[in-house]
Design a binder for this molecule. Structure first.
Ligand SMILES: N[C@@H](CCC(=O)N[C@@H](CS)C(=O)NCC(=O)O)C(=O)O
Length: 207
């Protein structure tokens, strides 16, 4: 089995390295650097996949795009008994929803905030709605953390890995006091040896 991660610096791709480290799977890292002015991925990524986005997982010659699909595929293939709830259980349905919520819902107001923020005064009419959506999505997540400190059940699952990225972004925006359970979640994930190994390999992010 050959696993290659096409890894863009300072990006969502970090989650995939983290999962691979949790799974203790061997993998090769191919690095791509964002343009220093535009922050976009370099054109070489388009030679791997037409969208030219990262992460991209190459597994035995097949390219898999989308973080959620990559996390699901890796968990199903290598860790169904560890990082996924039992098929058909209530937790499996909860897990499915939260996995998709990460990219399908939470990232929308985050990205709107980022892009509309660049419009200056022209974006002002949109800010209240964006802030209200950010608040409602993160309040929901704050209320959904289980007493275990994980989003599903008692241990790490793919949902924790997927949700870590938007939650890290929210914490960087100065929301640790506003959503203290999410702050504790991020701290606990960052304390995991596998997360730290992934950081050492993939490089610092959000810098
Ligand atoms: N929903 C996709 C988003 C992929 C994505 O937008 N990746 C960003 C990195 S965080 C990227 O490649 N940006 C560079 C660009 O758009 O040029 C996923 O989760 O894989």
């Amino acid at each position: 089995m050959t696993i290659i991660v096409h890894h863009l610096n300072n990006s969502r791709s970090q989650r995939i390295l983290w999962l691979l480290e949790e799974l203790e799977l061997p993998y090769e890292l191919r690095f791509y650097q964002r343009d220093k002015v535009t922050n976009l991925a370099p054109p070489e990524l388009k030679a791997v996949h037409p969208l030219g986005k990262s992460p991209l997982l190459e597994i035995d010659g097949r390219i898999v795009m989308e973080s959620g699909a990559i996390v699901q595929h890796l968990c199903e293939t290598f860790a169904a008994d560890r990082f996924l709830p039992p098929a058909g259980s209530d937790d499996a349905l909860r897990h499915l929803q939260l996995m998709h919520f990460a990219e399908g819902s939470v990232m929308t107001p985050i990205l709107l905030d980022l892009y509309v923020g660049r419009l200056g005064e022209a974006g002002a009419p949109l800010h209240p709605r964006i802030q209200e959506q950010l608040a409602s999505h993160f309040e929901y997540l704050e209320s959904e953390l289980r007493p275990s400190g994980h989003f599903v059940g008692d241990g790490l699952t793919g949902a924790d890995i997927m949700l870590s990225f938007p939650i890290e972004l929210a914490m960087l925006k100065g929301n640790r006091g506003r959503w203290p359970k999410l702050a504790a979640f991020v701290d606990a994930m960052h304390a995991r040896p596998a997360w730290q190994r992934a950081l050492a390999k993939g490089g610092r992010y959000f810098q």
